[in-house]
Write a protein that binds this ligand. Structure first.
Ligand code: ZN
Ligand code: FE
Length: 238
């Protein structure tokens, strides 16, 4: 079971529960107090924290939540030094046994060098942090466009019906840019409308799916790393 709730200005908090064992994880810790409140409200005890990358809006609550619940912190081995309180360091492709669930770490460098996603086949879901957003992708702060291209390709290779949990609600502004890249893309036109309606009703646009992003996300649709670099640069100026 996955639940999401807004945190900070535009982040999402996510709780992942494996019902057989009752294990409960948060994906990233944008706001420790908010996550604790959500756990209380649902009568859950946190057992694990999975971090996608080291930016403060993804790890800020790590130590607070670890102290409060004794949660085990899981992150990318390449980012061992930058993930506060890390207990378990995973490498690309490694599977973490989360009760009856297998959680696969997918290294997705680009936004940061240590960035990773967590694929949960038992939930047909992937937590992608700041690698891709609905109709968008993360800023390339540390990696190269070629790395980001490869990372997005790894996500695109997941089953089409995989639900994609992005870490931020950036959809409406991403949509405004995406439509300038592919004005004639009808799937994109409908996605823009649908996103606006959801947001006007105060609802999240997340999760999306791999299939939807393949039809509508200009960054996932870029055929080469050069094209991705070009679109990313245009978005940075937008
Ligand atoms: Zn970030
Ligand atoms: Fe972020």
């Amino acid at each position: 079971m996955i639940t999401l709730f807004p945190c900070l200005n535009d982040n999402y908090g996510f709780l992942l529960v494996e019902p057989e064992s009752g294990l409960c994880a948060t994906i990233d810790t944008p706001d420790g107090a908010q996550i604790a409140k959500e756990l209380d409200r649902s009568g859950l005890t946190l057992t694990h924290i999975f971090n996608t990358h080291h930016h403060y809006d993804h790890v800020d609550g790590n130590l607070f939540l670890k102290e409060k619940y004794g949660a085990i912190i899981v992150g990318a081995q390449v980012d061992e030094k930058r993930i506060p309180g890390i207990d378990i360091a995973l490498s690309d492709g490694e599977v973490f046994k989360f009760g009856a669930y297998d959680i696969q770490m997918i290294h997705t460098p680009g936004h940061t060098l240590g960035h990773c996603a967590y694929y949960v086949p038992d939930e047909k879901s992937v937590f992608v942090g700041d690698t891709i957003f609905v109709m968008g992708c993360g800023k390339i702060f540390e990696g190269t466009p070629a790395q980001m291209f490869d990372s997005i390709a790894k996500l695109a290779a997941l089953p089409a019906d995989t639900k994609v949990y992005c870490a931020h609600e950036y959809t409406v502004s991403n949509a405004a840019f995406a439509i300038t890249i592919e004005p004639d893309n009808q799937d994109l036109q409908s996605a823009v409308k649908a996103a606006k309606t959801l947001r006007a009703n105060g609802r999240p646009t997340i999760p999306t799916t791999i299939a939807t992003e393949k039809r509508t996300n200009p960054f996932m649709r870029a055929k080469t790393a050069e094209k991705l670099a070009e679109i990313r640069a245009a978005k940075d100026r937008f």
